[in-house]
Design a protein around this ligand. Structure first.
Ligand SMILES: NC(=O)C1=CN([C@@H]2O[C@H](COP(=O)(O)OP(=O)(O)OC[C@H]3O[C@@H](n4cnc5c(N)ncnc54)[C@H](OP(=O)(O)O)[C@@H]3O)[C@@H](O)[C@H]2O)C=CC1
Ligand SMILES: CC(=O)N[C@@H](CCC(=O)OP(=O)(O)O)C(=O)O
Length: 351
């Protein structure tokens, strides 16, 4: 389905020199509405790198390589129908307030994800800007809020994979409301701004945990999602792990259960039967990041360790696709009334 109006809609991408902005543009270049001209890629902006060309940061985006990056200002973003924000946390609220309510703003940052202001202030150490419809349509009740929305908060990458891995079990009440998540991520999750502990020599050949024992800012986001699904509080222990690979997240999620493996698999297959991007793998197959890279797919395995009494769900996503830019484009499709899957593949790049 294409957009019905004759006048093309203009899209701006703020933070186009970054990883999230670049991946949004990669997906848009293959989007049918961009290819048929009903959506047009307008302003691309950056911070300190404004004035450079996009090709200096994303040489793979050849059709846009000569575009000059503008400054990230309200003036530069005005006159667009859709604005993607791929900016550091705390940069979205001011821009969003200054743009008309009719503009569809899709924020990849965290500013509008949390509904609990106290949780925001605890983890982000700044005033809470508010909350917007949350761009994870596969969670119960959220798709309807995204259709026609003009403000959308794209979930964090770890909350995306973890929430999808545990929501069916929480909703069906087959686990105790206390879950454990250990998620291994590629380094692009940290963005492209230089950081000493992300130098190749620090990352290559080693795997390390960080922000453990409730310290990571995605903990309250996962708690929010799972508690909303449960209708009561769910306790979450989340351990992120950095791995020497550019993309991908593999999350291993466990929780106490008395369900059998067959019962658990049935719950998950039923929950995701109609979801185009979430795939529950057949028994005997386990997900791997290599299977979902470049795609908007979520692959998961569901099993029960009967001796330990634990549900074990392992799930893989591409952090830059379903974990950011894919979710952003999926959200745009819903907001504009385009077919939800347009421009988004379920087929990964391997090896
Ligand atoms: N990477 C990921 O897997 C995920 C990222 N996100 C979120 O998406 C957002 C972007 O992340 P990511 O692309 O990884 O980050 P990057 O560091 O790769 O890119 C950040 C972008 O923001 C621009 N920018 C930086 N500071 C400013 C500023 N003061 N004013 C205006 N523009 C600025 C940068 O421009 P310049 O080049 O000029 O510095 C760059 O274009 C973040 O909020 C992140 O949390 C969400 C989910 C997953
Ligand atoms: C590997 C890595 O560093 N990952 C990032 C999370 C990326 C993401 O989704 O984060 P936002 O909430 O910032 O949008 C981190 O742990 O901070």
């Amino acid at each position: 389905m294409t957009i019905s109006e004759a006048v093309p809609k203009r899209i701006a991408v703020a933070g186009a020199s970054g990883y999230a902005g670049g991946e949004i543009l990669r997906l848009l270049l293959g989007h049918p509405a961009v290819r048929d001209g009903s959506l047009v890629i307008g302003s691309l902006t950056a911070g300190g790198n404004a004035g450079s060309t996009l090709g200096e940061f994303h040489p793979h985006l050849l059709p846009l390589a000569d575009r000059v990056l503008g400054p990230t200002t309200v003036e530069e973003l005005a006159g667009h129908d859709v604005v993607f924000l791929g900016l550091p946390h705390g940069k979205s609220a001011e821009l969003a307030l200054a743009l008309p309510e009719s503009v569809v703003i899709i924020d990849c940052g965290a500013d509008f994800r949390l509904t609990d202001g106290a949780a925001w202030e605890k983890y982000y150490k700044s005033p809470h800007a508010g909350s917007w419809p949350y761009g994870l349509p596969e969670l119960p009740g959220l798709r309807d809020r995204l259709v026609g929305a003009t403000r959308i908060a794209v979930p964090g990458c770890y909350p995306t994979v973890s929430s999808l891995a545990l929501a069916p079990a929480v909703a069906a009440g087959i686990i105790e409301p206390r879950v454990n998540i250990v998620a291994v991520s590629g380094t692009s999750g940290a963005g492209r701004a230089p950081k000493a502990d992300l130098l190749g020599s620090e990352v290559m050949g080693s795997v390390r945990a960080y922000a453990v024992a409730g310290a990571h800012r995605h903990t309250p986001e996962i708690v929010q999602n799972l508690s909303a699904v449960a209708g009561s509080a769910v306790a979450v222990s989340f351990t992120p792990v950095l791995a020497p690979m550019p993309r991908g997240i593999l999350a291993t999620c466990t929780a106490i259960t008395t369900a059998t493996a067959e019962q658990a698999v049935e719950v998950y297959e039923k929950a995701y039967a109609a979801e185009p991007f979430v795939h529950v793998l057949p028994a005997g197959r386990l997900p791997q990041t290599g299977s979902v890279i470049g795609s908007n797919a979520v692959q998961m395995s569901v099993s029960v360790d009967a001796d330990a009494g634990l549900l074990v769900v392992i799930a893989a996503i591409d952090n830059l696709a379903k974990g950011t830019a894919g979710a952003a484009v999926q959200s745009m499709n819903l907001a504009l009334g385009i077919t939800e899957t347009d421009g988004l593949s379920t087929v990964g790049v391997a090896p």
